[in-house]
Design a protein around this ligand. Structure first.
Ligand SMILES: Nc1ncnc2c1ncn2[C@@H]1O[C@H](COP(=O)(O)OP(=O)(O)O)[C@@H](O)[C@H]1O
Ligand SMILES: [Mg+2]
Length: 280
């Protein structure tokens, strides 16, 4: 983990205007309670959707068996600093452009997509007064639940089809972090992600949760077309490169595949040798 490095994060110029935030639907306005019924006072408002997402703390013992180091447990290490640096630069870029949704993917499996997505989400969730959502959209090889030592509730496919509400699907391991976990591999991933309900379910989730940032853990770009199915739903992509395995040709193939579909926000060098890290 101490070898984790951050290579480069390219900021690109922002488009002219950020999209205006959509207004909250009427149904989501706080409901005013009648003044009083008899002597009993009713609460002034219903809890908002974010607060209705079930809180479920991490199971740190299970994390030890997950084999996926969470840098939040080693806050002073160079890996944690790398993720905080990545978070800060990412937030600047997103704020400049009025963007919220970031996909994390890699050329091939094992590069550290889940490692990076989870640790980046944890770093984002430490920003005061913020809300972060982490979605495990890798239906081929889901990994977020195991990384966090949590058990998924419900089926993510049902949520993405619109059959299950956000509040019944997401879990909150921290007050400022909600996660959409995926329990079982599903080979019909592309169909689920292309489904008519998927875009609407994600739009509704972003609107009603009030999330500042959403991170989507995706399957490898060069192995499945699931990534292509999700690209219309995200604002940009972070590409994870495995410093010990990814080739320049693979990165070029990914950039070619992503071009015209989304913005490449940066290439993150994972598993870097210490000498490659800007943090030493
Ligand atoms: N920077 C890192 N330092 C140490 N181990 C890492 C690092 N990045 C990934 N790994 C390990 O490599 C394996 C694959 O990582 P994972 O995030 O599951 O890859 P992917 O999601 O791209 O398939 C995991 O066992 C993980 O713990
Ligand atoms: Mg993964």
């Amino acid at each position: 983990m101490s070898e984790q490095g951050f290579k480069r994060f390219r900021r690109r110029r922002a488009p002219a205007a950020a999209p205006a935030p959509a207004a909250a639907p009427a149904a989501e306005q706080p409901l005013a309670a009648p003044a009083a019924i008899g002597s009993a006072q009713l609460p002034a408002t219903l809890p908002e959707p974010w607060d209705r997402i079930r809180q479920l703390p991490f199971d740190t013992a299970a994390q030890d068996h997950a084999g996926l180091p969470l840098v939040s447990r080693f806050r002073s290490g160079p890996a944690a600093k790398s993720f905080d640096l990545l978070r800060t630069r990412l937030l600047h870029t997103l704020k400049d452009r009025g963007w919220k949704r970031v996909a994390v993917t890699a050329p091939s499996a094992g590069c550290g997509t889940t490692f990076s997505a989870v640790n980046l989400a944890l770093s984002l969730a430490r920003v005061p007064d913020s809300r972060t959502i982490l979605m495990d959209m890798n239906f081929r090889r889901p990994g977020v639940a195991r990384a966090l030592g949590m058990l998924p509730q419900g089926s993510l496919a049902d949520f993405l089809s619109g059959a299950v509400q956000m509040e019944d699907q997401l879990l909150r391991p921290m007050p400022s972090l909600a996660v959409g976990l995926n329990g079982t591999a599903d080979q019909d991933a592309a169909e689920i992600l292309h489904g008519r309900g998927c875009a609407a379910a994600l739009d509704d989730m972003m609107l009603r949760s009030g999330a500042d940032t959403a991170i989507f853990d995706l399957p490898p770009v060069l192995e499945h077309d699931d990534t292509a199915a999700v690209l219309p739903q995200v604002d940009g992509v972070l590409l994870i490169s495995d410093g010990t395995a990814t080739t320049a040709a693979q990165l070029a193939a990914c950039e070619k595949m992503l071009a015209g579909h989304t913005q490449l926000l940066g290439v993150v060098l994972n598993k870097a040798r210490r000498a490659d890290s800007p943090l030493g």
